[in-house]
Design a protein around this ligand. Structure first.
Ligand code: SF4
Length: 322
């Protein structure tokens, strides 16, 4: 099959748009979607200047999503002195997994000439995820511990680096899954928070002074296209799955979305665009004001929380008590 835009052979077919694209037009189309999202979410403020550049910290795991995001942002802003990129890798202490993906991050940032920082659970919290999984003091899935620690480090270090933005490589599949899970759980407050935390134009979000704003510029690109882009661009992405990956409910939703997309191409796009519009309205009305009024500092670490002791400190206490 030929590319719709030239005589070259197509390397991909997107059922949701009907497009058949050759390698160069496919790569161009992924890059265009990321740049369009950067524009639509107003990520570069009008008053950004080379004298006072914006620092964008990218959560760089070494997986295909964060590697592709870093590469495209680098290519977009390499000659723009208003934006400085920093790759931030979190090492969870997972044998045979994170060391390889860390090597991918080092290769990529060396190649692109981007500042790269690594922080580990071991140095920060004196724990390793392999041990946490074995002891499991709270009888929870590995990701329920790990997500709390990762979010804490990403926010804390983004703040330490004086970041204007914290960017993550969530793709269309990730975000459509999260949207559907929030709907199915009937969690309207969570939908409002999701919008304010990372979706929609920065100017339309409820301001949260306590946190560095987040952005997900890869969220218009389906997971398979991100993987194909990484492969075609010969990027050093690490593709092995984490041995502790355990989000069973998300896995069910993922399968449901695969099936829906197969029979009704475009389902993920329509879920996400409808969700974002609704989430914006809900965020305006809900504004999670009640909860924000309850925000205070954790008595242990000073992090912003709604409880006396934040979730991270509570989990660390129970892990260290084993
Ligand atoms: Fe942590 Fe779960 Fe991700 Fe593994 S899959 S790195 S346990 S959040």
């Amino acid at each position: 099959m030929e590319c719709n835009r030239c005589d070259e052979e197509a390397v991909m077919h997107a059922a949701y748009s009907g497009a058949h694209l050759c390698e160069s037009h496919f790569r161009e189309s992924v890059e265009r979607r990321v740049r369009r999202r950067v524009r639509r979410d107003d990520l570069v403020p009008g008053d950004a200047s080379p004298e006072d550049p914006q620092t964008w910290v990218i959560g760089l795991s070494g997986g295909k999503d964060s590697v592709v995001l870093t590469k495209i942002l680098h290519d977009t802003f390499a000659k723009d002195p208003r934006i400085e990129l920093v790759g931030l890798t979190i090492h969870e202490g997972i044998e045979g997994y994170r060391d390889e993906s860390l090597a991918a991050c080092v290769d990529l940032t060396d190649d692109l000439g981007i500042r790269h920082e690594v922080v580990s659970y071991e140095e920060e919290f004196d724990i390793r995820m392999d041990d946490v999984v074995e002891d499991d003091p709270e009888n929870m899935a590995a990701c329920a511990y790990c997500g709390v620690f990762r979010r804490d480090l990403l926010s804390r270090y983004a703040e330490m680096f004086d970041a204007d933005l914290l960017l993550t490589g969530h793709n269309l599949d990730d975000e459509a899954q999260t949207a559907l899970m929030n709907f199915l759980e009937g969690d309207v407050a969570q939908i409002a928070k999701h919008f304010d935390a990372s979706l929609g134009p920065l100017s339309e979000r409820e301001e949260q002074e306590e946190f560095v704003p987040r952005a997900k510029p890869l969220r218009d690109v389906p997971e398979k296209e991100v993987a194909l882009y990484a492969h075609l661009a010969n990027l050093p992405a690490h593709i092995t799955e984490c041995p502790h990956s355990s989000e069973a409910y998300r896995g069910e939703i993922q399968q449901l979305l695969y099936d829906l997309e197969e029979n009704h191409p475009g389902t993920r796009h329509s879920i996400l665009s409808g969700y974002e519009e609704l989430a914006g309205i809900v965020a305006d009305q809900y504004a999670a004001d009640d909860e924000r009024d309850d925000l205070r500092e954790c008595i242990e670490c000073g992090a912003t929380t709604t409880r006396e002791r934040c979730r991270k400190c509570a989990l660390l206490e129970s892990i260290h008590a084993v």
